[in-house]
Design a protein around this ligand. Structure first.
Ligand code: CP
Length: 312
């Protein structure tokens, strides 16, 4: 990692950098699991959560991650900000930058906004998701969860299923997982994927049996109704029947398959509640736990490396 560089997409990270962030995240998880969940690494540094879009998991976990590293955290609320008076995203960020934060954590609905802001700001940016482009810390927490369960990622059959087209998670997953040697399959209706996804190194299938048979890992994606201007499938009932994951369909996969989902889950649409809550297979809450560790590691490698992350 180059300290100060920021993390705006797994497209830009090498295999070694991704592995380094994940390795540190496992150490950070030990901090989160002990009774005193704090190290002094980022004392005196300010982390600004600049979220222009709604979030539960990512925003909360970045805040918890920064606080466990002893940083001061500022949570920007776009609904009560001067954005409502017409201030631009760039002006908003530059004005907050004038207050000397150490790092920006940014979520925005516009794809590519991280590259744009990087050109205008000196402060490093960690992306918390931009439009349909990338969600790099979600990609790394997904990889961490798989490595935790399977002790490897290379040559696993990983199925990413659902609304691929609108998914920044799918893009970060494919960039990261193929760099680490996984076999990735996309499964979705033809209206929710485009041919260029094949150029990212995944196989595309429209057939559930083909997709789920012998899968080691299944990552179900949320149908993003808020990003669809027109209906891209006939009905939610038909989508669930043909493209959803339920207990019957899960039997096609390997007996030790793990099921993941970035959240929030549309229960009964892309994923049945019986599978979402199946303790033997579902690792959805494990992903959330690992999200804090990955974000501690991402912040640490961006602004804290010189201090180390022990208690001293
Ligand atoms: N996985 C994820 O990005 O969830 P949130 O939108 O709640 O942050």
């Amino acid at each position: 990692m180059v300290p100060g560089k920021g993390i705006i997409g797994l497209k830009y990270l090498s295999r070694k950098e991704i592995e380094q962030i994940i390795e540190t995240a496992f150490s950070m998880r030990d901090v989160s699991r002990r009774s005193v969940k704090k190290v002094p690494t980022l004392r005196g540094k300010t982390v600004v959560n600049l979220f222009f879009e709604a979030s539960t998991r990512t925003k909360t976990s970045f805040e918890i991650a920064a606080k466990r590293l002893s940083a001061d955290v500022v949570n920007f609320s776009y609904t009560s900000s001067s954005i409502s008076k017409g201030e631009t995203t760039i002006d908003t960020a530059k004005n907050i930058e004038a207050m000397h934060p150490a790092v920006f954590i940014i979520r925005h609905s516009s794809s590519g906004v991280m590259e744009l802001l990087s050109r205008h700001l000196k402060t490093p940016i960690i992306s918390a998701g931009d439009g349909t482009n990338e969600h790099p810390t979600q990609g790394m927490l997904d990889i961490m969860t798989i490595m935790d369960e399977k002790k490897r990622i290379d040559d696993l059959k990983i199925v990413i299923a659902g609304d691929i087209y609108h998914s920044r998670v799918a893009r970060s997953d494919i960039y990261g997982m193929t760099k680490l040697g996984a076999r990735v399959y996309f499964f979705s209706p033809p209206t929710l994927i485009t041919d260029d996804f094949a150029t990212l190194g995944a196989s595309i299938t429209y057939d559930a049996k083909d997709a789920f048979t012998d899968a080691d890992v299944i990552i179900m994606l949320r149908i993003q109704l808020e990003r669809q201007a027109t209906g891209l499938f006939p009905s939610t009932r038909e989508y669930s029947r043909i493209f959803g994951l339920n207990a019957q369909r899960l039997k096609l996969a390997r007996p030790d398959v793990i099921v993941m989902h970035p959240g929030p889950v549309n229960r009964g649409l892309e994923l049945s509640s019986s599978v979402a809550d199946d303790a033997d297979h579902s690792r959805i809450l494990k992903q959330v736990e690992n999200g804090v560790s990955i974000r501690m590691s991402a912040i640490y490698h961006t602004i804290g490396e010189e201090h180390g992350y022990t208690d001293n």
